[in-house]
Design a protein around this ligand. Structure first.
Ligand code: SF4
Ligand code: SF4
Length: 166
């Protein structure tokens, strides 16, 4: 079993719904990346079932090249895969899920019931969510930590990228 299969299996065990794309309802939670913690490894991007994680445009976060990633929240289905990938395959642990209603309120955007036809480039959002912001790391991190067996941990360790702060 690959590391991503371990993560999927444990998310299933944790009761996290299997992602449905295009989405068929407003998710309870959506993911948000702490851009200051993200090391821009790109590992989460190809595993997002909604394909809604993107590298921010040049200059979005001052002094960063390559730029960190952020989620297009309106498209996120709240599947938690990116949270677990970042938490278990890097040391960045940069992604959290937050209540979708809170994201709507704080960022003044709508999390619709259906996948929007048009994509909008996400903002870094670090003034709200990164170090010094009011919501830093108050969201939900890994929800599979307590479900991992020794064999699971070995499989995750074997594919750990070594990227991110120790
Ligand atoms: S896995 Fe984590 S550190 Fe890597 S790009 Fe995604 S959010 Fe950033
Ligand atoms: S929780 Fe993460 S992986 Fe899942 S749809 Fe949202 S951004 Fe993509």
């Amino acid at each position: 079993m690959s590391a991503i299969d371990v993560i999927r299996a444990r998310l299933d065990e944790a009761g996290v719904p299997t992602p449905v794309v295009p989405k068929q309802g407003k998710p309870d939670v959506v993911a948000f990346v702490d851009v200051n913690a993200c090391v821009a490894c790109g590992l989460c991007i190809p595993h997002c079932p909604a394909e809604c994680i993107e590298t921010l445009p040049a200059g979005a976060v001052a002094g960063r090249d390559p730029q960190p990633v952020q989620v297009r929240h309106a498209e996120c289905v709240g599947c938690h895969l990116c949270v677990e990938i970042c938490a278990h395959l890097t040391d960045a642990n940069a992604v959290r899920t937050y209540d979708a209603n809170l994201i709507e309120q704080v960022l003044s955007l709508e999390i619709p019931e259906e996948t929007p036809a048009a994509r909008t480039t996400p903002e870094p959002g670090d003034e709200n969510w990164a170090e010094g912001g009011g919501f830093h790391h108050m969201g939900e991190g890994s929800c599979i930590e307590g479900l991992l067996s020794d064999d699971d941990r070995a499989r995750l360790a074997a594919e750990h990228t070594g990227r991110g702060a120790a």
